[in-house]
Design a protein around this ligand. Structure first.
Ligand SMILES: NC(=O)c1ccc[n+]([C@@H]2O[C@H](COP(=O)([O-])OP(=O)(O)OC[C@H]3O[C@@H](n4cnc5c(N)ncnc54)[C@H](OP(=O)(O)O)[C@@H]3O)[C@@H](O)[C@H]2O)c1
Length: 436
């Protein structure tokens, strides 16, 4: 079984190492040895340390390697949309199985890959693209195919989870926690994809597509990052017995006509400490799946890193290699449900809103009136101690948690609150998930 490896960086080099160290076991499990036909990289002369591989296998011509007659499986560990899409479509159309870790490409244009796989009668596996080492996509695309999944809630980005966990543990602000994450190697020099939620949104699209048998792309996912989460937000969450996590949430719903829909969103949210995802600390990932018959399932582990991700890549390589030897192909994409994606404004959420208000009679009534006008029902109101204000008299902190309402109604409520003359400022707005 001949492999074309595309990329030999953090993930690729660990794949090469594991292929070498476990070659006898892998051959026994598959029923044939795995051989590296070539390794495509960008820089030929790059120092690859003591990588146990023949230097003559390196090439800077991925397309020639993919097209080579003696390649059975293409393993893509480069990343990005192009030229990865061109390479993988070429490989799949030619009937070569593909294993990829490329979440960005799958979320941007997974359809092109699935269509090419169907055309070429080839396998397309991508376990490593979401939650690194955690076996998650195979359970969604195989084990749970007899069930009906209603909701998937996950912590799927290790960098942001490290930052929020540090803020929770030490009371640090976002900038300070990001600095610590960068120093420890948990955040990239440019952390935008992680802290702004783009990485989590790509994974949310992949999870939603698999869980609900439909096509969801990155553009369908509502996205907010964690850059606006403050130490005060975290303290407020703690006061309520909660913590703040960057969640990806994919859920079934229905439109006003009763047609089934799906909503997919990524944003920071308060969750109660009793929620299984609240105890997921450091850079770990976890995904909580709620299915009709299976009930609640939790998948937990390392979501990134060379060796953990390589484990998922190799698991896929073994699966596609076995299929090829058996002359078989795994079930193709299941997107028959063809659900429409509900806009964020219609998503049903709850808000936690902190206000700095004038401490005088009638303020509570005026604030409550705004909620009532937008048909948003208040679950709890907490008033903090009065303190000296901005020179305009006494201020008070007001913390309001709502019942479930459409996100658009909640956002309109906050907008109107900001304009109220009794409201000095809206100090924090967070969505709330789980039974707070
Ligand atoms: N790192 C993780 O923890 C992790 C976890 C889950 C998924 N992933 C996914 O895995 C993939 C790879 O990530 P990584 O962290 O291993 O990336 P990386 O360390 O930056 O490695 C990228 C590799 O691709 C090669 N490359 C880049 N452009 C190329 C081109 N045009 N032609 C041929 N080769 C090219 C590079 O060659 P040179 O070596 O010559 O520079 C390098 O070997 C990405 O899709 C990523 O999202 C990564």
């Amino acid at each position: 079984m001949r492999l074309a490896l595309l990329g030999c960086g953090t993930v690729g080099s660990e794949v090469v190492r594991l292929l070498h160290e476990q070659s006898a076991d892998l051959a026994a499990r598959i029923g044939a040895p795995l051989e590296i036909a070539g390794i495509a990289v960008r820089r030929h002369g790059r120092d690859r340390g003591d990588l146990p591989v023949d230097p003559a296998l390196f090439t800077t011509d991925p397309l020639a390697l993919i097209k080579s007659d003696d390649v059975d499986v293409v393993v893509e560990m480069v990343g990005g949309i192009e030229p990865a899409r061109t390479w993988l479509v070429e490989a799949l159309r030619a009937g070569k199985s593909v294993v990829t870790a490329n979440k960005a490409l799958l979320a941007e244009d997974g359809g092109a890959l699935h269509d090419a796989a169907a055309e070429g009668g080839a396998d397309l596996y991508y376990e490593a693209s979401v939650a690194g080492a955690i076996p998650l996509l195979r359970p969604l695309r195989e084990s749970l195919h007899g069930d009906r999944i209603n909701r998937v809630t996950g912590i799927v980005n290790g960098t942001t989870n490290f930052i929020l966990s540090a803020m929770d543990a030490s009371g640090a602000g976002f900038a300070e926690a990001l600095e610590e994450a960068t120093e420890l190697g948990y955040a990239e020099a440019d952390p935008t994809a992680d802290v702004e939620g783009f990485d989590a949104a790509a994974k949310a699209a992949i999870l939603a597509s698999l869980a609900f048998h439909t096509r969801v792309g990155a553009a369908d996912v509502y996205r907010e990052g964690i850059t606006e989460v403050t130490a005060a937000d975290m303290a407020s969450a703690k006061a309520m017995g909660c913590t703040i996590k960057l969640l990806c949430i994919a859920a079934r719903g229905a439109d006003p006509q009763g047609r089934e829909t799906v909503s997919v969103r990524v944003h920071p949210a308060m969750i109660p400490l009793s929620h299984p995802l609240a105890s997921v600390g450091d850079a770990f990932n976890a995904v909580f799946v709620e299915a009709e018959a299976a009930g609640q399932l939790m998948f937990y582990g390392r979501g990134a890193g060379g060796a953990p991700t390589a484990s998922a890549v190799l698991g896929d390589v073994v699966a596609v290699a076995r299929n090829r030897l058996a002359g078989a192909r795994a079930a193709s994409e299941s997107a028959y449900a063809d659900l429409s994606v509900r806009p964020m404004g219609e998503a049903l959420t709850r808000y936690h809103i902190s206000l700095d208000v004038a401490d005088r009679p009638g303020v509570l009534a005026s604030v409550a009136g705004v909620f009532a006008r937008h048909d948003v029902s208040i679950a709890t109101v907490r008033q903090g101690s009065a303190e000296a204000g901005s020179g305009r008299g006494e201020d008070a902190d007001l913390v309001i948690v709502t019942h479930v309402a459409p996100d658009a109604a909640l956002a309109a409520t906050v907008r109107e609150l900001r304009g109220l003359d009794t409201v000095r400022s809206v100090t924090s707005v967070l969505r709330v998930e789980g039974g707070v």
